[in-house]
Design a binder for this molecule. Structure first.
Ligand code: WT7
Length: 635
């Protein structure tokens, strides 16, 4: 029996049992059967969570793009690999076949080589959702360069931090990007970022909006003429299984963003296998994930997972609200989309506009609906199920993280009975455990605790770029011999998991992972600010929104508070990006602190959420009068 494609619930249990009883044997079989290797591995797995060190398929040699592209040419050369839907619905969609994608990736790879990029070099990609983004990711992988995609909504300061952290010497960008009816000056943002990045030698610029931009002599080059002159012949670089594939930054609760490093073979095997089963992809299906490739969801489930399976993956440049809030549904009808994967925040935003726009389109092609990025609330789940899926398409609520590389807890559609707000059961090979605050595993059902994973899976991030100690401290120190996710979860009476949210200082706003520390750092740069603390509070559409408690240096008298509010959000936009702006700003005479000087965020969180009936243990609180004052003036 091949275990690659799971078709019913008993089969899930059988395969799951096999995968945890003998993980090495299980993953070896999957790896053998479904991928092209230049050399097979010497050892399937070696691991030690105390160091931590994790290696999958050591000794194997391969190139992931050979698996995404070359391998499909004979049987699927003319099949659409990437279906590009532009921002403006009046512009034609672009169908890029596997043959054409292969050619364009090879050309791009040669351009990178001609610009001095080779195996192991880091390339920063700051591009909108246009085909060049997917192509450049694959071009890096083709030649063994490590891509670091930075979401093109990040500010110049956020971009320069990320470029410098991984020491990228080449940056890919475009003249600008479309976002609904607006354009964004991406090249201007890059120019500004690069004033702080002395080691960047080359910027390659794709033309998208035909704007007037400044090209810096000796540094900036237009991409298209280079591609036109480039050969479409580029042999794949042969990579070791554990060679780095990419770096992707994610926020931590403190300090700098963390450059999560993913490596080649394990990531390939796990993203391919999860894609096939979680979306039940069939040969002629059109699959669409609405994420941006700047996030892990886009890496694993727009680019790698689908292409590894020879799928047609739709890439959408625009926004759900342009030209109107029916755009998603219009695209589903137009391209006969079969699998649709989006975020709860998008569902809530669309639900606000009623069902009229959904009902206008024929969505009967849909077979599977996906949700990712944050807990999906009951109301959004039902709206999605009733109005988009017409109660016919199972919803897969997929829980995972940038760090996990692939989907970890999820139903398998048509097999696992779904339950609103539950991510349900661990995917094949995943061994979750719930832990109490004393480090003991909580066994049995109908319990809740901190979500950990006991055993490595192939696509776990291997380190934080340049800071292995931080990797260990963040994920492997809270609980001995376990990967700690940072999330809380409960397990119901049948063993289904429900993710209850972060238990650290990370806040998920509209599905974006934001650390409080960098935002507070940005706020504290304001000359009038003495101190600040950010917490999340429930928000109808965003899931969580940011609430800032800010203490001004001089009691703030004589200042226009609304002006300070604006300036603070402006600073945040500059330092991080508009996604990190605060919804509410309360000026306070002080912040509640423990005797040791630690801000008691738990209290601030409760106040911001209007949940002050029981503030919990306040015995260590140094300044109770501040809490009173804050409660009186809460926004
Ligand atoms: C955090 C990871 C995984 C791709 C997008 C986010 C939250 C993610 C779910 C879900 C409840 C979820 C968790 C997690 N999260 N998916 N289905 N249900 N919470 O990746 O930016 O690394 O964020 O997103 O809190 O830890 P990320």
């Amino acid at each position: 029996m091949s275990n690659y494609h799971i078709k019913h619930f008993e089969e899930y249990f059988q395969v799951y049992r096999k995968s945890v009883r003998n993980p090495e044997m299980f993953w070896e079989e999957i790896a053998e059967e479904h991928f092209a290797w230049r050399k097979k591995w010497d050892q399937v797995l070696s691991w030690d969570f105390t160091k931590p060190e994790i290696k999958w398929f050591e000794g194997a040699q391969l190139n992931i793009t050979e698996n995404c592209l070359d391998r499909h040419l004979r049987t699927k050369g003319d099949k659409t690999a990437i279906l590009f839907e532009p921002n403006d619905p009046r512009d034609p969609a672009e169908h890029i076949s596997y043959k054409e994608l292969h050619e364009r990736v090879c050309k791009f790879a040669n351009v990178l080589k001609q610009n001095g990029i080779g195996k192991g070099d880091r390339v920063c990609i700051y591009l909108p959702m246009i085909p060049e983004l997917a192509i450049s990711v694959l071009a890096c992988a083709r030649i063994g360069a490590v891509h670091s995609v930075v979401f093109a909504g990040f500010s110049s300061a956020a971009l320069s931090t990320r470029i410098n952290d991984c020491d990228a010497k080449l940056v890919l960008t475009s003249d600008g990007s479309y976002r609904g009816s607006k354009t964004i000056d991406l090249k201007g943002i890059v120019d500004e970022a690069l004033t702080d990045c002395p080691r960047v030698e080359t910027v390659l610029v794709a033309k998208r909006i035909n704007s007037e931009i400044i090209m810096v002599e000796g540094r900036d080059r237009w991409l298209q003429p280079l591609l036109d002159q480039s050969s479409s012949d580029c042999a794949p670089e042969i990579m070791e299984a554990e060679d780095p594939l990419f770096i992707l930054y994610t926020s931590g609760s403190t300090g700098m963003p963390k450059g999560m490093l993913h490596t080649t073979a394990g990531y390939m095997v796990y993203t391919a296998y999860t894609f096939k089963n979680v979306f039940q992809y069939k040969q002629d299906d059109v699959y669409w994930c609405t994420a941006d490739i700047g996030w892990i969801t886009g890496h694993s489930y727009i680019v790698y997972g689908p292409l590894l399976n020879g799928a047609t993956t739709l890439m959408f440049e625009g926004v759900p609200s342009y030209p109107d809030f029916g755009r998603f549904w219009e695209i589903i009808q137009k391209h006969q989309v079969n699998q649709f994967y989006t975020a709860p925040t998008a569902i809530r935003a669309l639900a606000k506009h009623g069902t009229e726009l959904v009902d206008k389109y024929d969505l009967s092609s849909l077979k599977v609906l996906g949700s990712v990025g944050e807990p999906i609330n009951e109301e959004a789940w039902h709206w999605y199920n009733d109005n988009v899926g017409k109660k016919r398409s199972p919803i897969v609520d997929t829980w995972w993280q940038t760090e996990t590389g692939g989907i970890m807890i999820t139903p398998i559609p048509f097999s696992t009975p779904t339950k609103p707000t539950y991510a349900t059961l661990p995917f094949i090979g995943i061994q979750p455990s719930l832990m109490d605050e004393n480090g003991q595993e909580i066994k049995g059902n109908q319990v809740s605790g901190r979500l950990c994973i006991k055993f490595p899976w192939p696509s776990i991030a291997r380190t934080i770029w340049g800071n292995h100690q931080r990797y260990k401290d963040t994920y492997f120190s809270a609980f001995t011999n376990k990967y700690f996710t940072g999330d809380g979860a409960l397990r119901d009476e049948v063993g289904y998991y429900r993710i209850t949210g972060r238990v650290d200082d990370v806040i998920i706003v509209s599905g974006h992972n934001l650390g409080t520390a960098p935002i507070e750092d940005a706020i504290n740069e304001h000359p009038a600010v003495a101190e600040s603390a950010i917490v999340g509070f429930p928000h109808d559409i965003k899931g969580s929104a940011l609430y800032g408690y800010i203490t001004l240096k001089d009691t703030g008298e004589g200042r226009d508070h609304n002006n300070v509010r604006k300036e603070i959000n402006q600073l945040i936009t500059e330092r991080i990006g508009p996604i990190a702006k605060l919804d509410k700003i309360q000026f306070t005479p002080g912040l509640p602190k423990t005797r040791s000087g630690k801000i008691m965020r738990r209290i601030l969180r409760k106040i911001a959420s209007n949940d002050t009936s029981n503030l919990g243990d306040t015995s260590t609180l140094l300044n109770p009068e501040v809490v009173e004052e804050i409660m009186e003036n809460v926004l």
